[in-house]
Design a protein around this ligand. Structure first.
Ligand SMILES: O=C(O)CC1=CCC(=O)O1
Length: 260
């Protein structure tokens, strides 16, 4: 389905029984909602799982940049309002985790719990994102996809045939949407707001994550009192590489700490 948020129409997938606990997923830079396919397949069937392509990605509209995390979390709020979702457990991957933090800071009334996956209150610096934007403007996403993929995945996964679908997804992301999200990342620092989050939360990091290393994710977990978990033999996208381990953590959290 498609849902309007301001000047964009967003591609949303809403699955599972109505009236069940709601889990909302926000994707990372250079991916679309399919990044959660393997994880979704392993979650309990008695959840209402809502996924969407953030603007500038997947089948959602490409609106002019720069974007901000505030604008991107307004999109998540618009989806919740359109679908009348409440008591949301928000699972955010990387930039999706910044969106989830911003959502929880702005709308604690909608937030049941957070799962912060390979993310932080601040990712990179204005300088490192500026360098990436300059490289992208010169050569496009394919010119830097090898280095991005080396942070996304452990070497063994990267060497196998499964990795090519993620390279294709990354390289087929609209360049303008990708850059607009890099601009949002360059400006984002949720350190102060994150410390005010007081809902139940867990943080997850791939042990080999080269983009948001475990120590950085652990620091954000400490800020918002989240339990911290490391997934062995995984990089920045553990929901792709180790979906069984991630599904087990989220299922346990939903049973024990998140929904009653
Ligand atoms: O592209 C990367 O290096 C990893 C990443 C940072 C923010 C995000 O969403 O992905």
């Amino acid at each position: 389905m498609m849902i309007r948020s301001g000047d964009a129409v967003l591609h949303v997938r809403d699955e599972g029984p109505r009236g069940s606990p709601v889990v909302l997923f926000a994707n990372s830079l250079g991916t679309d909602l399919r990044v959660f396919d393997a994880l979704f397949a392993r979650l309990p069937r008695d959840l209402r799982v809502v996924r969407y392509d953030k603007r500038g990605h997947g089948l959602s509209d490409l609106t002019p940049g720069p974007y901000t995390i505030d604008m991107l979390s307004d999109d998540a709020i618009a989806i919740c309002e359109a679908l009348d979702l409440r008591d949301v457990t928000f699972v955010g991957l990387s930039i999706g985790g910044l969106i989830a933090q911003s959502f929880a800071i702005k709308r604690p009334d909608l937030t049941r719990a957070l799962v912060l996956m390979d993310t932080a209150a601040k990712i990179g610096t204005a300088e490192t994102w500026g360098e990436r934007i300059a490289a992208l403007s010169g050569g496009g996403i394919a010119s830097i996809s090898d280095s991005i993929l080396s942070r996304w995945f452990a070497p063994a996964f990267l060497a196998g045939p499964e990795a090519s679908q993620w390279r294709n997804m990354l390289e087929r992301t609209p360049l303008e949407g990708y850059i607009a999200c890099c601009e949002a990342l360059a400006a984002a620092d949720l350190t102060d707001g994150c410390a005010r989050i007081n809902c139940p939360a867990i943080a997850i990091a791939g042990a080999l994550d080269g983009a948001t290393p475990p120590a950085l994710v652990a620091e954000t977990a400490r800020l918002c009192n989240a339990a911290f978990h490391v997934i062995e033999d995984a990089g920045h996208l553990p929901c792709v590489e180790k979906p069984d381990a991630v599904a087990a953590l989220i299922t346990d959290f939903l049973k024990k700490g998140s929904h009653d």
